[in-house]
Design a protein around this ligand. Structure first.
Ligand SMILES: *[C@@H]1O[C@H](CO)[C@@H](O)[C@H](O)[C@H]1NC(C)=O
Ligand SMILES: *[C@@H]1O[C@H](CO)[C@@H](O)[C@H](O)[C@H]1NC(C)=O
Ligand SMILES: *[C@@H]1O[C@H](CO)[C@@H](O)[C@H](O)[C@H]1NC(C)=O
Ligand SMILES: *[C@@H]1O[C@H](CO)[C@@H](O)[C@H](O)[C@H]1NC(C)=O
Ligand SMILES: *[C@@H]1O[C@H](CO)[C@@H](O)[C@H](O)[C@H]1NC(C)=O
Ligand SMILES: *[C@@H]1O[C@H](CO)[C@@H](O)[C@H](O)[C@H]1NC(C)=O
Length: 669
């Protein structure tokens, strides 16, 4: 029997005297791309980084990037289309945790430049006029992190088979079949590297796509196995490579290694030879703070043997930082040892969550048998802890039914521990957005939560004898007590991150992207009106059950939640924005009032926003809603205002800053 290779050579010699590629080019492998600059053709935003990582797009908005193998390959050396197999290791590192945009597509294309293609949902592959046209002769497997209704995307974490079109002929949620545990979900935007295999059998017209986390063996069952006829799609001479794009939400898209083979199985990628991803996320905490049980156990053994050094070690283990000025503020100070034992040594089992400012553990105070939540807030020495403690101490005195009580604190090197009342029902964020939907909030509960938060905020702004800003209102900072009543948590913490930026970049404002009032980009001064803005976004979130910058992507650009609600309002369909999980079980006039209130609070002009006192009265029905005509809401100006929010990651774990220097204009509505 003749080998396929032999056949090819024969065909090359006999039938195609001039070949675009040599046979060798039909089988290649890259472990990193350091030496591949001559073999790859890069354009738009794609680049090879030091260390050999291929970066298809950076985290700027609306970028595209292409990287194709330099030479075209021959796909019709036989009467049937050739089979091929490829595997690559990729990673998508979103600018905001869990919020990527848009994705990577393995592509077979007649052009390696795709000059007319658009970014965003067009993936750098098509444009508005050519998408769907058979004359594209383009085949792609998309790894898509945005649900785009225009192209019928199934979800915001899927793989799709695209033939001349972004409306996939077949698609599946990303995951893999593990031989032991059945189907397991994978999240494309986890930031972790993953491996993808794409195998096409030309004769059987079958395409298999398989994914797995890095280092897991290749799953035996593919994620997708689709019937696709590419004979008339892929031209005889075509390029293979990757296309990628970003939109309003962005990710860094990386390829770490790539192997391809025509008419055969792609060679295995040697994972040990791949370049490393850039370091990201908050700085590692010093080892001493995260002593695990095994370490403690082995230490106990060693200590028992040596019998010395134990006391010394204890000292280090429970070491605290104390400065005289702390006495001035009179805030209750806990001993680290007490918190350590209350949380059973900060065991993972006691971890309640990882919030914007650090990890939160559940604990039980031995002395009082009171349940507490301990937040460990890492900070670096540049941050003014004293000022923070001063403010926190004064807030610590505040007592209000809808504010989480701060019981005290403790200080260690590079770390602040804050002790709060334990809230048994966790954060609102979990209830609103939990995918498992073990429990959905009804309308009455939602309305009560909105009122609770409004009342807590009113207290901070106007009733506690001083003006206290929250600075970071969002569902993950709203906690629910045993009676499902809402309380504001984490106030003032944003302030800790307000300092410590480099002197030349003091143009940074802190808060959470999506909740930042537009004027913060100019004035950089938080005030009650910026809190009201965030409250408005929060209100819309609670009613619509959507995140403020969750990609809704109805139009080409993708809309922010506020814009989306506004759009519906202008069309007279605002009720359609209400969370579908409510199944229509609500009073329409209440919902409408609350939505309008949300829009009014998140008005782009600060002086158009109501004060918290008015908000409270509106919610209680003591005051009619002021004029909220579409005109007054200044819809087009509003969209422009949002578009100016260009963001860049900052030192805080999920805190972002606005860089006023990069306030690029850009069209929106
Ligand atoms: C890339 O090109 C270099 C020189 O141009 C060559 O030595 C190398 O083998 C090529 N690599 C692949 C995978 O084709
Ligand atoms: C990202 O890439 C684009 C296109 O190459 C470039 O214009 C932009 O400045 C880059 N942005 C960053 C943050 O590197
Ligand atoms: C094309 O390939 C198939 C299977 O590899 C083979 O059976 C057939 O004879 C080939 N046709 C030609 C014209 O070489
Ligand atoms: C779309 O792309 C095609 C090529 O595929 C090009 O001819 C056409 O001009 C482009 N249209 C626009 C609006 O850019
Ligand atoms: C996996 O994802 C799908 C779709 O998002 C979801 O329905 C399913 O519950 C998830 N399964 C697990 C185990 O998380
Ligand atoms: C695709 O997967 C199916 C089912 O596992 C398998 O029978 C078939 O051989 C695979 N085809 C290719 C081209 O890998």
């Amino acid at each position: 029997m003749r080998s396929p290779l032999f056949q090819q050579i024969l065909l090359c010699v006999l039938v195609f005297p001039v070949l675009a590629t040599s046979i060798d080019d039909d089988d290649f492998i890259f472990h990193g791309f350091r030496d591949a600059t001559t073999n790859l053709s890069l354009n738009s935003g794609a680049e090879i980084m030091q260390g050999g990582l291929l970066k298809l797009t950076n985290n700027s908005m609306r970028q595209k990037g292409h990287a194709f193998f330099r030479l075209p390959l021959r796909f019709h050396a036989n009467t049937t289309i050739s089979s091929f197999s490829t595997t690559f290791v990729f990673a998508m590192v979103p600018t905001y945790p869990k919020l990527g945009g848009h994705g990577i597509a393995f592509t077979v294309s007649p052009s390696k430049d795709l000059p007319w293609s658009l970014p965003i949902q067009y993936f750098g592959l098509f444009n508005v006029t050519d998408v769907g046209s058979p004359s594209n002769h383009l085949f792609a497997v998309e790894l898509d992190t945005i649900q785009n209704t225009e192209f019928g995307d199934i979800d915001d974490n899927h793989v799709g088979v695209d033939v001349n079109d972004l409306r996939s002929v077949d698609a599946s949620t990303v995951g893999y079949y593990s031989s032991s545990d059945g189907f397991k979900n994978l999240s494309l935007v986890s930031g972790e590297p993953m491996q993808c295999w794409i195998e096409f059998d030309g004769a059987r017209k079958r395409l298999n796509v398989t994914l797995a986390p890095l280092r897991a063996p290749k799953p035996r069952v593919p994620l997708l196995s689709s019937h696709v006829d590419l004979s008339d799609v892929v031209l005889d001479s075509a390029y293979v490579g990757f296309s990628s794009s970003t939109g309003r939400t962005t990710s860094d898209h990386y390829i770490l290694g790539w192997s391809f083979r025509m008419n055969g199985e792609a060679r295995e990628i040697d994972l040990s030879k791949l370049p490393a991803l850039p370091r990201r996320g908050p700085k590692e905490k010093p080892k001493a703070l995260t002593i695990g049980l095994p370490v403690i156990l082995s230490f106990v053994v060693v200590a028992a043997i040596t019998g010395v050094g134990f006391a010394a070690h204890r000292k280090v283990k429970f070491a605290e930082v104390f400065e005289d000025w702390e006495l001035e503020y009179g805030m209750h100070r806990f001993a680290y040892k007490e918190l350590y034992s209350a949380t059973r040594g900060f065991q993972d089992r006691e971890l309640l969550g990882v919030g914007g400012f650090g990890r939160v553990y559940k604990g039980m105070l031995r002395a009082s048998n009171a349940a507490i939540a301990v937040k460990r807030v890492p900070h670096d020495s540049r941050q003014d802890v004293r000022e923070f403690i001063a403010e926190t101490a004064s807030i610590g005195q505040l007592r209000h039914r809808h504010i989480v009580r701060l019981l005290g604190y403790c200080r260690r090197e590079g770390e602040l521990l804050l002790v709060y009342d334990y809230m048994p029902n966790g954060s609102l964020d979990k209830l609103l957005f939990d995918e498992s939907k073990t429990m959905t909030l009804g309308w009455k509960q939602r309305l009560r939560i909105i009122k609770d938060v409004a009342s807590g905020l009113l207290y901070l702004h106007e009733e506690c004898g001083q003006v206290v800003l929250h600075r970071d209102i969002k569902p993950s900072n709203i906690l629910l007590d045993g009676e499902m009543r809402a309380r504001l948590g984490d106030f003032g913490l944003a302030r800790l991150y307000d300092h410590g930026t480099e002197p030349q970049t003091t143009t940074h404002v802190i808060g959470t992207f999506g909740y930042l009032a537009p004027e913060l980009t100019k004035t950089r001064k938080a005030n009650t009106a910026t809190d009201v803005f965030a409250f408005g976004v929060f209100v819309l979130e609670v009613v619509c059950g959507r995140r403020p910058i969750a990609p809704i992507d109805e139009s080409e650009m993708g809309l922010l939640l506020v814009e989306w609600v506004l759009l519906h309002w202008m069309r007279g369909t605002v009720v359609e924005t209400v969370d579908a999980n409510l199944h229509g079980d609500y009073a329409a006039e209440e919902v409408e009032l609350v939505l309008k209130l949300g829009l009014l609070c998140s008005h782009p002009k600060a002086d158009e926003r109501p004060k918290m006192r008015q908000v409270m009265r509106l919610l209680d029905g003591e005051m009619p809603l002021p004029d909220v005509s579409v005109n007054r809401m200044n819809a087009s100006a509003r969209c422009k205002g949002y578009d100016e929010l260009m963001v860049s990651p900052d030192n805080g774990p999920t805190q972002y800053s606005i860089d006023t220097e990069s306030l690029l204009s850009g069209s929106c509505c």
